[in-house]
Ligand binder design. Structure first.
Ligand SMILES: Nc1ncnc2c1ncn2[C@@H]1O[C@H](COP(=O)(O)OP(=O)(O)OP(=O)(O)O)[C@@H](O)[C@H]1O
Ligand SMILES: [Mg+2]
Length: 358
């Protein structure tokens, strides 16, 4: 059974459709990420699910029960939808202790003091904050406040938890750690999760299924790995940080499994068409390749060089290069090997890494 079913969801602000005819399902205990650039409608969808925003059209079912149905005039209040929400701003209540913050949703639901205390303590242990119960909620670090918000969202054992950029305010190391912990917590408690994020690593790290949004509509959706490795549009390829290069499509001379694209008079690359592309021989094509699928290295003999480093940027464990090959500029990322601007290099790009889209 689906925990969440969204059908034909549309939400306008004035003349602007922030969300347009969006439909998706999340199975019970499943995890989904709404991913996309700023302003594409992610938060609006989440707020519609929570009942904080009234959609203009569509149906939202939670555990088989309609919580919103435009045609039938159903619109359940947020507190009757039985879900937990974690926002980017931790929104812990400063006048309460850590334990009071976490226990608050139980108090609202009329649970007795002893049981509240007990449950809050168990939840705090689960998020690694055992021993912090009596501390003022503002006297803890940002990462700890985020855990308090998490514990508070989960304490009443909601069937569905919504996260809006919940880890964005944390530093890199803490964000990675929380991502792992959240994933384990979700598997352990089994709640259904909808994550909203503009960060692809977060989307892939947290969710089994990714929905990439583009200007209020769904661009592509599928299993995380699939969506990342096989982008089906130039928008998706660019969003995931791939090279997207203009070229002309050719029939492969040597191998019928591949197509070829001419990126410049001296650079022809071999690849495969993304699914559902109407590509015409001799027509314009966009050739996409991941930065980490382009390899640059020093040639053994200078005359073997096929490219030149145009720009180099050191990122720590990795290095990014802009390399020019036969008049075409391509970005690469890989283990830091200390190449410099102006270095002559060999460039290799595997045929099955090129994906052609319209
Ligand atoms: N209350 C509102 N009134 C008017 N316009 C709004 C309102 N809320 C959102 N919008 C608009 O709707 C669009 C989608 O906004 P939304 O907050 O859903 O984007 P988002 O994908 O969450 O972006 P971000 O990654 O920046 O948080 C934007 O163009 C935004 O300006
Ligand atoms: Mg948002």
């Amino acid at each position: 059974m689906s925990s969440v079913r969204v059908q034909g969801l549309t939400k306008r602000f004035g003349n602007h459709a922030a969300v347009f005819e969006v439909s998706f399902d999340v199975p019970t205990g499943g995890t989904i990420a709404l991913l996309g650039p700023s302003g594409c409608g992610k938060t609006t969808i989440l707020r519609c699910l929570a009942g904080l925003e009234t959609p203009d059209f569509g149906v939202i079912d939670i555990d088989g029960e309609p919580v919103f149905d435009h045609a039938k005039g159903i619109d359940l209040a947020p507190e009757r939808r039985g879900l937990g929400i974690v926002f980017q701003s931790y929104a812990v209540w400063p006048h309460m202790t850590v334990a009071e913050n976490v226990a608050f949703p139980l108090k609202v639901r009329g649970m007795g003091a002893a049981e509240r205390k007990d449950r809050a303590a168990r939840m705090l242990e689960l998020v690694g904050l055992k021993g912090f119960e009596d501390r003022s909620a503002t006297l803890v670090s940002g990462g700890q406040q985020q855990r308090i918000a998490l514990a508070r969202a989960l304490v009443h054992e909601p069937r569905l938890v919504l996260f809006d950029e919940a880890l964005s305010n944390l530093d890199t190391r803490l964000r990675q750690q929380m991502r792992m912990e959240l994933r384990m917590l979700q598997e352990r408690l089994g709640f259904t999760a909808v994550y909203v994020t503009h960060d692809q690593a977060e989307a892939f790290g947290l969710a089994d299924t990714v929905i990439l949004m583009n200007n209020g509509a769904i661009e592509i959706t599928g299993p995380s790995r699939e969506v990342f490795l096989h982008p089906r549009s130039a928008f998706a390829a660019r969003f995931f940080g791939m090279n997207v290069l203009e070229g002309r499509l050719l029939e492969s001379q040597s191998d019928p499994r591949y197509l070829e694209a001419e990126l410049s008079p001296r650079l022809i690359v071999r690849g495969v068409a993304a699914p559902e592309q109407d590509l015409q021989p001799n027509g314009r094509v966009l050739a996409c390749i991941r930065k980490d699928a382009v390899h640059v290295f020093r040639p053994e003999r200078p005359e073997d060089a096929t490219g030149t480093i145009v720009a180099a940027s050191f990122l720590g464990a990795e290095e990014e290069y802009l390399v020019e090959v036969a008049g075409v500029r391509i970005q690469t990322i890989g283990a830091a090997v200390g190449l410099q601007k102006g270095d002559a290099v060999c460039v290799t790009m595997a045929a099955d890494e090129w994906v052609f889209v319209r």
